[in-house]
Design a protein around this ligand. Structure first.
Ligand code: RTP
Ligand code: MG
Length: 142
């Protein structure tokens, strides 16, 4: 398996719940290293552009509204199979369907306030990392 990088966002609900450290701990104990990080309060334009792939979906307006409702913690994770591993740790989009022990099962409230974002493929990971972090602000964990 290859060493990959993925973009992770701890969403406003989880930041408000004060569980950044608990979520980071899950990354670390599962072999994912934080190699870039920043806290930000996204504008509607930034959140809308970040989730542009969902523009035509009925939930787009609510998604942008939620993602701009408070600060978020944004990080690049690096490790073996990082993209799929992070998605496994996150659990299903709807926390009611998320497997026990996943981040969304343990910390998410609803399909909208679902605690975390994670890139879903190598192509989206690359675009999403570049969206938030210039290369000079990403520090390889190796
Ligand atoms: P994310 O992009 O945030 O990591 O979530 P995901 O891949 O698990 O889900 P995705 O299909 O990419 O959807 C992005 C976010 O939109 C909200 N959503 N709401 N009401 C709905 O049916 C619905 N479907 C998706 C969720 O907050 C999801 O995280
Ligand atoms: Mg997604």
């Amino acid at each position: 398996m290859a060493i990959e990088r993925t973009l992770s966002i701890i969403k406003p609900d989880a930041v408000a719940k004060n569980v950044i450290g608990k979520i980071y701990s899950r990354f670390e104990t599962n072999g994912l290293k934080v190699i870039a990080a920043k806290m930000a309060w996204l504008s509607a334009q930034e959140a809308g552009e970040f989730y542009a792939v969902h523009k035509a979906r009925p939930f787009y307006a609510d998604l942008v509204k939620f993602m701009t409702s408070g600060p978020v913690m944004i990080q690049v994770l690096e490790g073996e199979d990082a993209i799929a591993k992070n998605r496994d740790l996150m659990g299903a989009t709807d926390p009611k369907k998320a497997a026990p022990g996943t981040i969304r099962a343990d910390f998410a409230e609803s399909i909208d306030a679902n605690a975390v974002h994670g890139s879903d493929a190598p192509e989206t990971a690359q675009v999403e990392i570049a969206f938030f972090f210039p290369a000079m602000n990403v520090y390889s964990g190796r």
